[in-house]
Design a protein around this ligand. Sequence first.
Ligand code: YXS
Length: 265
Amino acid sequence: MAVESSRKSLVRCEITDDVAWLTLDSPPVNALSMELIDELAAAMDVARPPDVRAVVIRAMPGSKVFSAGHDVNELPVNGRDPLTYNDPLRKVVRQIESHPSPVIAMVEGSVWGGACELVLSCDIVVASTDSTFALTPSRLGVPYNMSGMLNILKVADMHLIKEMLFTARPIGAPRLGVNGVVNVVVPSGELADAVASLTGAIVSTSPLVNRILKEELRVLSNAHPLTPEAHERIQALRREAYDSDDYQEGIRAFKEKRPPVFRGS
Ligand code: YXS
């Protein structure tokens, strides 16, 4: 059942045997535009208990790019914070985290920027051996936001996070599997079976207890005391970035299809 829309759906939603399959279908690179995110959010609103006990988010089979991350064309360049509470990506990450059923990311192809956070905010990640993940804020001059950084801190160790953030280089799924960031890494031909094995197990356990355990873990993992002064300090640092020439240069270089020349101001 595709999510209701007047034109081709950007997110397909099929529900079979208590599992909702949400497929990103926004060629060429599933950029996380407002439109795509709104349709993913609408699909997640449909994919709920009692008909659904597990949700799978995937790209079209055989995709070379799972998602190129935030739609760069929608990043503000007028001195506004590019990643605020009501940013579409923030909304859908919160929706994944608070969805009452376990959400599995089924990954093939390359995952970029905000799409890494979307995948890593899922409860379980199953990825093909040749898939890659790249954290790209420093490649675009974007000051990633606090809850996004916290979500990444929850699932990876600091040295790996810093390597990914400071280099913006894609990291292969096998290495993320060894580091516990990705649950299951298999050849792409075995991806569907690996996900089916997980959903098969999940739908046979108590959906009530799974809902409670998931929410318990969400509340506990977000229990971070942050003083107002600490919050203001981080916001001041982020403003320094999105007010900078480097941020403008990062976005301009992307649009002009050339390497950025950052000057650190
Ligand atoms: O030139 P046309 O019109 O055909 O469009 C090209 C690209 O401009 C476009 N495109 C995007 N449009 C908006 N937002 C994007 N993130 C984005 N990525 C790509 O898609 C058309 C095909 O792209 P092309 O020719 O490069 O395809 P390719 O197969 O050679 O390469 C695919 C990628 C994904 C490897 C390449 O497009 C790429 O490196 N894209 C940028 C990935 C990235 O840096 N994403 C981060 C976005 S910013 C974000 O997520 C956060 C704010 S943060 O950076 O802080 O994490």
